[in-house]
Design a protein around this ligand. Structure first.
Ligand code: ATP
Ligand code: MG
Length: 404
């Protein structure tokens, strides 16, 4: 039994001591049954949030109104959520009302797919009222109850179906898939941030290609920010392992997509990563040296671009792959990885030449940068200053560099 279940079992035991029932629930039970890796273990209980806070020593309120309290055992966080039912979804995305219940089955009934609607008790017995185990055996993703209703309640579930299809390499049950096709347009009501969480997971699954085909077939793709602007064929013929790389590659192919990037509401870091990757792929199509490629880009960007040209033959020639490979090898050996790593500061230059700041300082830095990168100058303040004294002439706000 996975260690997280053994530790989590102490929570079930404590709940029992106080007269409540607790179960492991959701993804962890599915993954345990499938003998897949387990990252986190969720618990569901008939204890109310206030009870949970009272019973356990270390808790964090992360959404009491939805019934969720984090309980820390040995510094490991466990989400403990009160059994609940949801009702009255009037906007396709969020229940109007969340009510607590003391019935495990009602809690399982509100869950999205049969494989996610199983619970496991303190003896590690699985409770499976909706046939999750059978569906797992048959590798089928099927909603709990009528798919039309379930997707009407929360349109995100359709994208979650595609995400699980990618992740587990399962197929979607025919009625569930038909309902996805019928309700795809309701995805437009779902907050883009929630969609991005699922897309991000989808792209990390082993079955991305099949999941993308499903998104085209059911027209989910046609109702997702940014992706809706990519032609179906372009969307289907890329081979990528992350959402970032999908976007970067599609933007390289079609620069007209860039104005839509903001629609995904990604973090600034992620947007920068994507744009840098797009730019690097473009750079590979112009003559550039290994050093320019290695020096000008973070390792993350080099690896993104390398993955893209490795997997997508239409972007590459052997030369480009090799250029990136060499750049990735060279990168850790470069004496500096950014101009800010140079051990020199502008004030020292102003003092040396008794001059005010200006563009000339940047020129000195560029000259020094080049020298350090080609190995002819050590990145040491004293040595750099000596070189500057010997080779830089300052006159009226400009400089001239004399080589020996
Ligand atoms: P993963 O291992 O990738 O986290 P997971 O099954 O744990 O997969 P989560 O998104 O963490 O997925 O959700 C936890 C559980 O909550 C699910 O297994 C499911 O039972 C339930 N759930 C999550 N989102 C929804 C939803 N939109 N509608 C209904 N039930 C949901
Ligand atoms: Mg989870």
């Amino acid at each position: 039994m996975h260690e997280l279940f053994l530790i989590g079992n102490r929570i079930l035991g404590t709940l029992e001591t106080y007269g409540y029932k607790g179960y492991f629930v959701g993804g962890c039970v599915r993954d345990h049954h499938m003998q897949r890796a387990i990252n986190d273990v969720d618990i569901t209980t008939d204890a109310l949030p206030d009870d949970i806070e009272r019973i356990f020593e270390r808790t964090v309120d992360v959404g009491k109104e939805h019934g969720t309290i984090i309980v820390l055992i040995d510094d490991i966080p466990f989400e403990v959520t009160t059994f609940r039912t949801e009702s009255g979804y009037s906007d396709f995305r969020r229940p109007d009302q969340v009510s607590f219940t003391n019935q495990l089955n009602s809690d399982l009934e509100r869950r999205d797919f049969t494989m996610n609607a199983m619970a496991m008790d303190e003896n590690f017995e699985i409770l499976d009222p909706y046939g999750g185990m059978k569906d797992i055996e048959e590798q089928v993703i099927r909603t709990v109850g009528c798919p039309e209703e379930r997707f009407n309640e929360d349109a995100l579930r359709m994208l979650r179906a595609a995400r699980f299809a990618a992740h587990l390499e399962f197929h979607v049950a025919p009625e569930t898939e038909n309902a996805m096709a019928a309700h795809a347009q309701n995805l437009e009501f779902v907050a883009v941030e929630r969609c991005v969480v699922e897309l991000d997971k989808l792209y990390r699954g082993a079955g991305v290609k099949a999941a993308k085909a499903l998104m085209v077939k059911t027209r989910l793709k046609a109702h997702l920010a940014f992706l809706e602007n990519i032609g179906d064929e372009d969307f289907l013929d890329t081979d990528v392992r992350s959402l970032e790389n999908e976007i970067a590659l599609q933007m390289w192919r079609n620069p007209g997509l860039e104005p839509h990037l903001h629609e995904l509401k990604l973090s600034n870091d992620m947007k920068r990563e994507i744009k840098d990757t797009t730019r690097l792929i473009g750079m590979l199509h112009r003559p550039s040296t290994i050093k320019e490629v290695a020096y000008g880009h973070d390792m993350k960007i080099l690896k993104n671009a390398s993955e893209i040209v490795e997997l997508n033959t239409f972007t590459e020639s052997k030369e480009k792959k090799d250029l990136l490979k060499s750049a990735i090898e060279l990168k850790p050996q470069l004496p500096i990885s950014d101009i800010s790593d140079i051990n020199l500061d502008g004030n020292m230059l102003m003092q040396l030449f008794n001059a005010r700041g200006g563009r000339w300082i940047r020129k000195v830095f560029s000259a020094v940068e080049e020298k350090i990168l080609d190995g002819s100058l050590k990145n040491d303040t004293k040595i750099i200053m000596e070189w500057v004294e010997a080779h830089v002439e300052y006159e009226a706000g400009d400089i001239e560099i004399t080589e020996e």
